[in-house]
Design a protein around this ligand. Structure first.
Ligand code: NAD
Ligand code: UD1
Length: 338
């Protein structure tokens, strides 16, 4: 019998790619999603790509009875926990919603797991927990600094909750995965990132400018202490990220306790380099203007991925060109949103 994973937030961007990866690796999949930022259509596409069926439950991680029912009806081997809200700006204007959804939601999920004797968890954290990194590349040991948003603090709080669970309950196997900047889409062009309204993140914004949905990309600052003055980030293909989850689950299966891994490529690219790579991949020119710096942005942040490479036997292999090519293929298949 196949092992079964519960994927919270599996109808969203990263969770849907992980669902494909796990189905293709022979796991059975149950997805729990409240569709606040995901859709049943995405899940159907996951089934089309992997040519396998899965169980989709529309529900909320904060709904205890829903969780109870899922764990009693399914023999869940592990939980991949992607469900959460992710807009930095929204978290500043509505912090309670972020703490309730991201922090309280995770507490409810862990309670239900403990009750059901399911104690393998892979959690989606973020490089945002490093704040303004004291050094680059950033390793897992880098002290987490002052965080600039409730979103970032919600991730950091969940990490602490999980540390406490692991300390109190040795039977738990927990992976905290700190993602750098996820980008790209499945090469089929069937699933990818679909921001609601104007995108906050760089690559979805560039894609929409290339597609003619938006007139101009605002480049937030060209006066950073970086080679070309624009911000530098570690963009990682969402497929590499999804595969990192598979490796992480296999690793924690062998080792109890809590483990933290950076998922990044170890290489930073500037905003201007990303624009150029997208222009080459799409054959379109990107209209951009230099604006003042965005509040809360750091100059540069890229990963030291050595720990994940050594302990997970995993490496991000896909290039920036592949990320841009796949992002553009997905963009061309997408319909305009608001
Ligand atoms: P996403 O918004 O595309 O996916 C999240 C999914 O969770 C959505 O389908 C949404 O409907 C669902 N959801 C939200 N709250 C829920 C709840 N209470 N109950 C059930 N379902 C709920 O986001 P994503 O980009 O796929 O991110 C997945 C995770 O990775 C998030 O936790 C996010 O914070 C984290 N992360 C994302 C990035 C990024 O750049 N995308 C970077 C670092 C970390
Ligand atoms: C942002 C969040 C981070 C979150 C991550 C999720 C902030 C301050 N940080 O990271 O907490 O985990 O998204 O993916 O919001 N840029 C532009 N023009 C744009 C958009 C972005 O120039 O329209 C620049 C930014 O200044 C930055 C780079 O592009 O230098 C990447 O930005 P973005 O994609 O938003 O990611 P982060 O800021 O790294």
């Amino acid at each position: 019998m196949n092992k079964k994973v519960l994927i919270t937030g599996g109808a969203g961007y990263i969770g849907s790619h992980a669902a494909v990866t796990f189905l293709e690796a022979g796991y059975d999949v149950v997805i729990l999603d409240n569709f606040s930022n995901g859709s049943a259509d995405t899940v159907r596409r996951v089934e089309d790509i992997s040519k396998r069926g899965l169980r989709l439950i529309e529900g909320d991680i904060r709904d205890k009875s829903c969780l109870h029912q899922i764990f009693s009806e399914n023999e869940v081997y592990a939980v991949l926990h992607f469900a959460g809200l992710k807009s930095v700006a929204e978290s500043v204007s509505d912090p309670l919603r972020y703490y309730e959804n991201n922090v309280a939601g995770t507490v409810f999920l862990c309670e239900a797991m403990e009750e059901a004797n399911v104690r393998r968890l892979v959690f989606s954290s973020s490089a945002t927990v490093y704040g303004d990194p004291v050094e680059n590349p950033v390793s897992e040991r880098c002290l987490t600094g002052k965080l600039s948003s409730p979103y970032g603090r919600s991730k950091s709080m969940v990490e602490e909750v999980l540390q406490d669970i692991a300390a109190a309950k040795p039977a738990w196997h927990i992976a905290i995965l700190r993602y750098f900047n996820p980008a790209g889409a499945h090469p089929s062009g069937l699933i990818g990132e679909s921001p609601n309204g104007p995108p906050n993140n760089l690559i979805p914004y560039i894609s929409q400018v290339a597609a003619g949905w938006r007139d101009v990309l605002r480049v937030f600052g060209d006066d950073y202490p970086t080679p070309d003055g624009t911000g530098v980030r570690d963009y990682i293909h969402v497929q590499d990220l999804a595969e990192g989850h598979l490796s992480a689950l296999e690793a924690i299966n062998k080792r109890a306790g809590l483990h933290i891994w950076n998922l990044g490529t170890g290489r930073g690219y500037s905003v201007l380099e990303v624009i150029r790579a997208f222009e080459i991949a799409s054959g379109r020119s990107i209209n951009f203007e230099i604006e003042r710096r965005r509040l809360g942005d750091v100059a540069e942040c890229w990963a030291d991925p050595t720990k994940a490479q050594m302990e997970l036997n995993w490496k991000a292999n896909r290039s920036l060109t592949e990320m841009m090519t796949d992002a553009w293929r997905w963009q061309k298949n997408s319909l305009p949103s608001a």
